[in-house]
Design a protein around this ligand. Sequence first.
Ligand code: NAI
Ligand code: MG
Length: 352
Amino acid sequence: MATHDIAVIPGDGIGPEVVDAALPLVEDAAAASGVTFETTRFEWGTEYYLDHGEMMPEDALDRLEGFDAIFLGAVGHPEVPDHVTLHGLLLPIRKGFDQYVCKRPNVLFEGIESPLRGYGSGDIDFVVYRENTEGEYADVGGREHRGLAHETAVQSALFTRRGTERIVRAAFEAATEREGHLTSITKSNAQAHSMVFWDDVVADVAREFPSVDVERLLVDAAAMDLIRRPHEFDVVVASNLFGDILTDIGAQITGSMGLAPSGNVHPSDEYPSMFEPVHGSAPDIVGRGVANPLATVLSWSLLFEDLGERRTANALWDAVVDQLAASSAPRTPDLGGSEGTEAVVSDLQSRL
Ligand code: NAI
Ligand code: MG
């Protein structure tokens, strides 16, 4: 059987804490389902930046390209501006490997209390397909007349037909495998160029998927409805910025940032996809051993699913579901518990 080669970038803050804690569990889950994989660690991130003046070496993408997948912890450091860390590591990998699908499942698991009244196990279960290579995060713009009274900043969003069509099509395909309901989120009333274009593309692609029921929402209404009626969402498709914002709402209404997994997927074999917890480096809890490792474990599950290793993927996902449903199982403080990262992982080990 082929060995999967996985690049691991633990990154900053709690990134290394959750990545290192979860790895032995992931190895056990793979071994138990007959899957072999090897990891290669890359110590890139803010420490590297403070030593070398860049978040990762110039040939980083060349070195990562041959891997079957990439696992990332988190990047971000209180002493370095966030745009430096983001544009120095995360965005170059997402864009350089054309990882155009940012897939973020939002599930309210049994045993987790939603801050929304009246919502219980399984009542919230949707997946966001966020465009991940262009849109509002395109590096197009500039600043002129720095420091003068008439200083000017321009930041343009970039929407291409190819880029929009492929994320919309991926979301429609996901909808056919789920409940057949797709919500497209825009701001077409105010952004009459890019967002009306997005609506046109959705209408075009919808013709290929007659069985999928399409709903359109403006992003402000969507922010409200994800809180008012989250049970009605199935697949959500949105631009880079809107998807980013809405998935933080998704993480909160399903319990915690510490539970939200994600994949940055390039759907063909041409480039590796990258999987990571949605959360950042959490400087407020770093070094205390209390970071929730579950988002990391669930992200590994998405990684194995993407590699076609469904048994390993299910073993990891099910161990998390099982633990959360057990009222006596250890929990980190973000889930109301008082245990640490290691205790949560060793309990998971017993549930594989
Ligand atoms: P954050 O996700 O790091 O933290 C937000 C809140 O959630 C904090 O109170 C934190 O303690 C809590 N939290 C996050 N993950 C947790 C976990 N696994 N267990 C328990 N609690 C958890 O977001 P924040 O504070 O906005 O950003 C901190 C740094 O992370 C910044 O430098 C930011 O740029 C970076 N960041 C990086 C991301 C990435 O690498 N993909 C994503 C988001 C932020
Ligand atoms: Mg975010």
